[in-house]
Design a protein around this ligand. Structure first.
Ligand code: FAD
Length: 325
């Protein structure tokens, strides 16, 4: 059952920031994750601050430099179906269309998708785990088949969003508004590893609002894609996923953004793969070497060793597809 809470509809960003400064206040966008967290008592919720009425947070528009600005309240369906997103940033369109179910994509927003809480069943269940102030990660010696293989210590969650890896590969920036004004940062700087702070997933403070996602203009020769592997064809989170943003200069890869999903507590940038494929003409040997590099240094748990060959295989297939092989 949901706890009793006060409900406020903020009329402006300033108004929302003020309400979010109250103890136990939580921002509500589409509510598809927040209300589940409140019901499961993952964190205390005393005041729910809806931002849905705030003008200027909805919609997708082209920016003057040829890039794109996506308001935080834009639904995931709108992102997935937008013609320019499909034409210029196919990784993002594919990532958005892989999120959850049609109902959740209609209700869920891009801002909420980037800020959602992880899905670890110990964290979401009645366990006082490390993330909830306890002193143990129950996944480490427990049911860890869906947990991470990189960046885990001391908590082994996986980051849940399908849009974040695509946006990170594409070099997206975020605009954030809080009590002390506005700040911008690369999406890559937004997420926090458990070794940095086990109780948070992002650098966002509770009074801060993610207002906009900003994509750079697509570079000539850009080919981008997002591939998600899941246990069933119905809605499910990624077991393994690969976002690619390769910029071709003739038949060479001039630059590369490669990000894994379902691998780590944050969208996991694979610099090892980027290094192997950048500056070369990719052939089967290069791609095999890059796929091996994707899993180098992985530290699987007792029940998720299957993820290592899975990531190697998905990487190989995706790179071959991107290089038309
Ligand atoms: C059954 C199910 C299956 C799912 N499967 C997938 C999946 O396969 N892939 C995937 O990517 N996701 C999946 N999701 C997650 C879903 O995509 C998210 O619930 C949704 O994107 C959250 O958007 P929302 O607008 O409803 O956010 P809300 O629920 O309103 O908010 C989520 C969190 O983000 C914070 N927040 C929201 N917007 C902002 C903002 N602008 N600024 C600061 N903080 C903010 C809220 O305070 C809250 O903590 C699934 C969810 C469910 C329930």
């Amino acid at each position: 059952m949901l706890p009793a809470f006060e409900y406020v509809r903020a009329e402006s960003i300033r108004d929302a920031v003020k309400h979010l400064g109250c103890e136990g206040a939580r921002l509500h966008a589409g509510g598809t994750d927040l209300l589940g967290c409140a019901r499961e008592r993952i964190f205390p919720v005393k005041k729910v601050v809806s931002i849905s009425r705030i003008k200027g947070l909805h919609g997708i528009r082209e920016s003057a430099d040829g890039g794109m600005r996506i308001g935080a309240l834009t639904t995931i369906t709108e992102v997935a179906e937008h013609p320019l997103v499909n034409q210029r940033y196919s990784a993002l369109a594919q990532g958005a269309s892989e999120v959850a179910s049609p109902q959740l994509r209609h209700q869920g927003t891009i801002g909420g998708n980037l800020c959602q809480k992880p899905r670890c069943w110990y964290y979401r269940g009645e366990f006082r785990c490390l993330k909830k102030g306890g002193d143990l990660c129950f996944a480490f010696g427990g049911e860890n088949q869906f947990h991470c293989i990189f960046g885990g210590d001391p908590c082994y969650i996986v980051h849940p969003s399908d849009t974040a890896p695509a946006l990170m590969a594409l070099g997206a920036m975020l605009r954030i508004v809080g009590p002390r004004g506005t700040r911008s940062m690369a999406l890559e700087q937004f997420y926090v590893l458990p070794s940095q702070d086990v109780e948070r997933e992002t650098v966002l403070e509770t009074e801060e609002i993610l207002t906009e996602v900003i994509l750079p203009p697509p570079r000539p020769g850009l080919r981008s894609s997002y591939r998600k592997v899941r246990a069933r064809r119905s809605w499910d989170f990624a077991l393994a996923g690969v976002a690619l943003a390769l910029v071709f200069d003739g038949d060479r890869v001039g630059s590369a953004g490669v990000v894994l999903s379902g691998a780590a507590p944050v969208p996991w940038r694979s610099k090892a793969v980027e290094e192997v494929i950048t500056g070369v003409r990719p052939n089967r040997e290069v791609i095999a070497e890059a796929s091996e590099a994707a899993v180098r240094g992985a530290t699987p748990l007792e029940k998720n060793e299957y993820k290592v060959p899975l990531f190697r295989g998905v990487m190989e297939e995706e790179l071959r597809a991107a290089c038309s092989m």
